[in-house]
Design a protein around this ligand. Sequence first.
Ligand SMILES: [Mg+2]
Length: 210
Amino acid sequence: MKLIIFDCDSTLSSIEGIDELARAKGPEVFAEVEALTNAAMNGEVPLDQVFARRLDIIRPDQATCSTIGQLYIDTVEPTAVSTLNTLREKGWTIAILSGGFKRLIEPLAEFLGIERIEAVPLELDSEGKYLRFDNSYPTTYNGGKPEIIQQLKQEFSPDTVVMVGDGVSDLETKPEVDCFIGYGGYTPRPKVQEGSDHFIYKLDELLALV
Ligand SMILES: [Mg+2]
């Protein structure tokens, strides 16, 4: 089988879910969290430190999570639906691998017909208030995405694995995959572009590459 794995934030959708959760808490929280996210995505601060700090600040509840879940769909990459449909016709199995939160990404995955989501579990209480995130989940730390890809390779024994993403944490998967495609439609990063096998600005450009 052929496995293609997509990052979610700033790749399948234009938004960064964590930033949108923060925006819902007001401009000061947003500015603080956005700076942390950018520092992590540019490889300036270790991801695990940023993760805990951001959630301690935001403490997202169920209502906010639902709002952002819909926002992921509203901001879907313009060529994503047709690209994924074509990939399925060509026999690709599609998965999402994200450092974002699983419950935020699930609506978009359903919209896109993607069954497999690897993303960070976020636990709320029975009243929908924030409890905790799973700080042992691999994508909360640097090197976590390659770890998940190793697990997926064991599970599926794919003949070919392709990864598509915009961030440094995505580029970390390159040694584990047959082809790494950098995506720069929203946040092109020189470091990612330099390291990629191919670099695209619209998702449908990858159809000529795989
Ligand atoms: Mg991303």
